[in-house]
Write a protein that binds this ligand. Structure first.
Ligand SMILES: [Zn+2]
Length: 741
């Protein structure tokens, strides 16, 4: 579902340009303690079933399915794939049961049947967890005539017809349609079927709404009129963002309380969440949700296949150990929405494998009960059969990554107006992600509002990829992290603004960086370079792999700083931009400067800090220069200043993840080496050759045995001290080195 309307809402509200929109963890148990500030008694307990399912199925019915599709086919398939939980279409736009709620539209094909009830009963017989699906985002003429105030209204005061089904109306997500009508629907479904939960798709409105309720409620809450002055199209602004979020959390709590009043061992699961560009504060989402479904169903455009693992990490940052389920589609997920399609199976196999490797439980979704193209059935059955066999090694207790990559929703929400030109919402973050994948460094995502000591305890190093907006309190938490010995790598304008985007006179982290901002910069720079200072920094670890390089390309944007403390000679200095045409004029006007372009500090009795006053990470994402990739890799290694927890040597691009289970440890290797890595769909899986895996076993643990879970072999291994060595002869798409302890 992350969809165009939500994207455009976000893009407008964040005043962002086109971005590739993509998403501690720590030790929050399944029944999490709430974040600071939330009343402790306000978080309902997790239903008893949430941690049980490992393999989800979803059957999303089309209105004409009743009477024409074969439920027995699906029961047989669910059994064959060992699915242990299911999500079934119940109501909202279309009711698949004989509802009594006025204006709850029964499927025109329903007749006297109860398709939903029959499916619930059949799945219960299979022992599955059963949740119902509703979708409240659209309704019909009769509802509109009786309740015109249920319908979303445009900025110029017109009720909105549905963009894809023009006989329908778009509903307001923040008014009585959701708060009253859908509450009655959810109560009815729970009362009649006592399902384990209700999953609600497209529940949060379809972009800004200017109906009478939104205008009155917004004015009552903020004193301001909708649309906000100077914002005729988008309703941008912190006040609107916060009001909308509060309204949606109130809705969430109302629906949740309604279903729990009927069935205390149930909950609602709104379809929500994600990374820096998601609209609701993931810290609050993580407090309230007992589990969540990450709804990024497949790649689109230029999304790399690791984006599914990234999603898992983003959710985990806010949910801790609560289960993160990854919805995947067997079809294309491009803007043209071929919802009935089937992709090349290599593509969705790789997508699911990267989610599994990063701790996601799979959920396949199929639209319509009738099958137009059966080619997906066998590959999904094979994926699920493997997951079923490997379940013991997929029930992770915690990731062992020592590096955390911070993501910041508030930077996306409150970035300065001109920021979009200098960084797409996530360009810096994506550059780091790619660099860490190439460096084969296991890492987690970290939410910037969860930087307390408990959440950061697993990490040795934090990366701040141009995290522009940071509060004083967040800066203090980062200071404490470094004081405890943590390493920090930061880029460009990190901490140059406060948490609501107001500019600071200097970096909030100036004392850690050891430099002061001059509040001016340069960019977009063309034809600028970096001098690699081997003479003054012989053998410097930041320059590893660049020994033969006297000069490398610079980035695109830089900011001017002056040192506030004494630094050793800088490993990288500025070669200023010079003309790139006519070719006769292409010679450096200033071949050398003494302007440092990286600042490294090894703080006594504390951690190491590296600051790059330019957009190395964003430029890496745009240009993918191998030299920049080496600098990013070396910066993390230098700041981390301890032996890696795992080293994997061999050819190719692998996503490497390291997990602890109750009595085992797993190293996941996902082979991303493919000509279609940067633009799907993958045509075929191309195996890579031998990988030597060195694992640093924590806590004096001893390995009792090693298995390769995909190859289904038992390789020879050696343990010397804490280091375990094993060779994986080949990786086709995914291998799991399972170490029994
Ligand atoms: Zn409204």
């Amino acid at each position: 579902m992350p969809d165009l309307t939500r994207r455009s809402f976000l893009a407008t509200s964040a005043a962002a340009g086109a971005a590739v929109a993509l998403g501690e963890y720590a030790l929050r148990p399944a029944r999490a303690a709430p974040s600071p500030g939330a009343p402790a008694d306000s978080i309902p307990p997790a239903p008893s079933w949430v941690d049980r399912p490992m393999r989800w199925a979803q059957l999303t019915l089309a209105e004409n399915d009743p009477g024409t599709f074969d439920p027995q086919f699906w029961f047989d398939y669910f059994r064959r794939v060992h699915a242990d939980a299911v999500c079934l279409s119940a109501g909202g736009c279309v009711a698949y049961y004989p509802t009594a709620v006025p204006y709850h539209h029964r499927s025109a094909w329903l007749g006297n049947s109860d398709v939903f009830g029959d499916l619930v009963a059949g799945c219960r017989k299979l022992g599955m967890v059963v949740i119902a699906r509703t979708d409240p985002h659209a309704t019909y003429d009769d509802a509109q005539a009786a309740h015109p105030d249920w319908i979303a209204v445009t900025a110029d005061g017109k009720p909105r017809r549905h963009w894809a089904s023009p006989e329908m109306w778009v509903t307001c997500g923040l008014g009585p349609y959701n708060f009253e009508f859908m509450t009655a629907v959810h109560e009815e479904i729970m009362s009649r079927y006592r399902v384990d939960g209700i999953f609600i798709n497209r529940w949060d409105g379809s972009g800004p709404c200017y109906c009478e309720h939104c205008r009155a409620n917004f004015k009552a809450a903020t004193g301001q009129e909708l649309p906000l002055a100077g914002d005729p199209l988008g309703t941008a602004g912190p006040a609107y963002r916060q009001w909308r979020e509060d309204r949606l959390f109130a809705l969430w709590r109302r629906w949740d309380a309604t279903v729990r009043a009927v069935n205390p061992d149930s909950c609602i699961i709104p379809n929500t969440g994600g990374g820096a560009t998601s609209s609701l504060d993931m810290r609050r989402v993580g407090d309230l949700a007992p589990t969540l479904m990450a709804d990024r169903q497949a790649r689109r455009g230029l999304l790399p296949p690791w984006a599914n693992g990234k999603s898992a990490k983003e959710y985990r940052a806010a949910l801790g150990r609560k289960p993160v389920v990854g919805i995947f589609s067997v079809g294309f997920e491009e803007v043209y929405r071929w919802k009935d399609s089937v992709q090349n199976p290599a593509e969705f196999r790789l997508w699911v494998a990267d989610g599994l490797a990063n701790g996601m439980r799979p959920w396949f979704t199929k639209f319509a009960g009738s099958i137009n193209d059966p080619r997906w059935l066998k590959p999904v059955e094979e994926i699920y059969a493997w997951c079923h066999g490997a379940e013991r090694y997929l029930r992770n207790e915690r990731p062992l990554a020592r590096v955390g990559l911070v993501y910041s929703q508030q930077t996306a929400w409150y970035q300065p107006a001109d920021h979009g030109a200098r960084d797409s919402l996530e360009g810096a973050e994506l550059g780091w992600y790619q660099a860490l994948i190439e460096a084969r460094v296991p890492f987690e995502m970290v939410h910037d509002r969860l930087l307390d000591a408990a959440h950061l305890a697993p990490f040795r190093t934090l990366i701040l990829p141009n995290i522009v907006a940071l509060s004083d309190a967040q800066c203090d938490q980062l200071r404490q992290f470094v004081a405890r010995g943590g390493g920090l790598v930061a880029t460009y304008e990190t901490s140059l603004h406060d948490e609501t985007g107001n500019p600071r006179s200097d970096f909030g982290l100036a004392d850690l960086f050891g430099v002061s901002s001059q509040r001016r910069g340069e960019g977009p720079m063309r034809n600028a370079y970096l001098s690699v200072e081997h003479a003054s920094c012989p053998g410097h670890p930041l320059l590893a792999g660049l020994e033969d390089a006297p000069r490398i390309i610079h980035g695109v944007w830089r900011t001017e700083v002056v040192p506030a403390v004494r630094f050793d000679p800088p490993p990288l200095t500025l070669v200023p931009s010079y003309p790139d045409l006519p070719m006769e004029k292409v010679y450096p006007r200033q071949p050398r400067t003494n302007v440092p372009q990286v600042f490294l500090r090894d703080l006594p009795a504390a951690g190491r800090v590296i600051y790059f006053p330019w957009d190395i990470d964003r430029t890496f994402w745009e240009v993918l220069s191998v030299d920049h990739g080496k600098l990013l890799r070396n910066a993390v290694a230098w700041a981390t200043n301890e032996p890696p927890i795992v080293m994997v040597e061999g050819p190719g691009v692998l996503d490497v993840a390291l997990w602890r289970q109750r009595s085992s440890l797993t190293v996941h290797l996902v082979n991303l080496t493919n000509p279609m890595m940067m633009k799907g769909p993958v045509r075929e899986i191309l195996p890579v050759g031998a990988q030597r895996v060195h694992v640093r076993l924590p806590d004096g643990l001893t390995a009792r045995g090693v298995h390769l879970l995909v190859a289904a072999t038992t390789p020879k291994f050696q343990q010397q001290g804490q280091w375990l060595d094993v060779t994986v002869p080949s990786v086709a798409m995914h291998e799991v080195v399972a170490i029994d302890l």
